[in-house]
Write a protein that binds this ligand. Structure first.
Ligand code: SF4
Length: 194
């Protein structure tokens, strides 16, 4: 296998037709952010604004994610943000299992390139695809899962918080737990530049 590079990653995503989602996409949305970040966020898939702009988490949910990061003093440009699928599902439906599985090729490359120490899984689709189908976001959010030295935490997707603001208290607890984990790993002060 040829050496993995960001250039190869972006070329592969842009050329990808491994699942039918590319047919309706205006833009592929590979993900963006600090490619050396110890912290990665993974959501479900691009929405309308993301599809139009080719960037992850730039719509209303993305704006809320930026505020959540600011609440624990993390500038958004210091983390890496992407989704399970890189093409927008029609009408924002949940990606089918075969679509998510096909797109893991790209996600594996992102893991290998960024090499994060902590990964936050935003919502049920991200959590189930990474940690297993028995994950229940309302039951398991805020729990830590260690896999091969990487720490994973599922939490609510910001769009779920926009639909149901009552969930924000639990999401805030999860952000505090995230900050504590980063402090424990010695990554927090580097991320916010303190
Ligand atoms: S969603 Fe992923 S696997 Fe499907 S076509 Fe887009 S880039 Fe390829």
């Amino acid at each position: 296998m040829s050496e993995i590079t960001w250039e190869l990653f972006h070329q592969q995503v842009q050329a990808c037709d491994l699942c039918p989602l590319h047919e309706g996409a205006i833009h592929k949305v590979p993900g963006q952010g600090d490619i050396h970040a110890p912290l990665m966020f993974i959501g479900e898939g691009p929405g309308q604004v993301e599809d139009e702009e080719g960037l992850a988490f730039v719509g209303p949910a993305g704006q809320l994610l930026t505020k959540m990061l600011a609440a624990i003093s993390l500038p958004r440009d210091r983390v890496y943000i992407c989704n399970i699928v890189k093409c927008r599902p029609p009408r924002n439906r949940v990606p089918e299992p075969h679509e998510a599985e096909a797109c893991k090729l790209h996600l594996r490359m992102q893991f290998a390139l960024v090499r994060p120490r902590v990964i936050v899984l935003l919502g049920s689709t991200a959590a189930k695809n990474i940690l297993g189908s028995d994950i229940r976001i309302t039951r398991d959010r805020g729990q830590w899962y260690e896999r091969k030295g990487v720490w994973f935490m599922p939490t609510y997707h910001p769009s779920a918080l926009l639909r149901d603001p009552a969930k924000k208290r639990e999401a805030w607890e999860d952000m505090q737990a995230l900050r504590d984990r980063l402090i424990e790993l010695g990554e927090y002060s580097d991320l916010y530049g303190g």
